[in-house]
Design a protein around this ligand. Structure first.
Ligand code: FES
Length: 169
């Protein structure tokens, strides 16, 4: 009787041992897979980095459209996104880089996009208008100025970062 009991407990011991070893091996295999699966979430976003967009010498007082591409990571989805800015030299020689995204409903504005409104940015969707410095013309649909890109200049090259709402209106 006690021998029988002992046989059962041996089998149990074997079961526990195999289950334990199996579980340990499974955890060992799963850990890298889980880490791989959540890794993109832990990656720092590409937003906020600066990209070279133009040579400063080529920038005039006339707003010019510049384009560049960034790697964007949204969770597990990585994609290339094209960004655009209107760039020009202000009267004091400093550079202003404006977002082309209309602050009304997000259409794309164009410099002198309507011949009736020279020297202004114009949004074709609902007739939104902005002065050259990006401030919205009162009594047109946009209720805020165009966002301004962070920028820096290194060795004659203009780098743009992310667009932020304009501080002064
Ligand atoms: S989206 Fe630009 S005016 Fe409406």
């Amino acid at each position: 009787m006690s021998e029988k009991k002992q046989q059962v407990s041996r089998r149990q011991f074997l079961n526990y041992t195999l289950t334990g070893v199996g579980g340990f091996m499974a955890a060992g295999m799963l850990a890298p897979m889980v880490r791989f699966a959540i890794d993109p979430v832990l990656q720092p976003s590409a937003q906020g980095e600066f990209a070279a967009v133009a040579q400063v010498d080529d920038i005039t007082t006339e707003p010019t459209r510049v384009e560049w591409t960034i790697d964007q990571v949204d969770g597990w989805y990585e994609s290339k996104v094209t960004k655009t800015a209107w760039v020009y030299k202000q009267e004091d020689g400093s550079i202003l880089a404006l977002s082309p995204v209309c602050k009304h409903l997000g259409c794309v504005v164009n410099w002198e996009g309507n011949e009736q409104f020279p020297n202004e940015f114009y949004c074709p969707c609902h007739g939104g208008r902005y002065y050259k410095d990006g401030v919205n013309v009162p009594n047109t649909p946009p209720a805020a100025a165009l966002d301004v890109f962070q920028h820096k200049i290194e060795e004659g090259t203009l780098y743009l970062g992310k667009a932020e709402p304009r501080k002064e209106a």
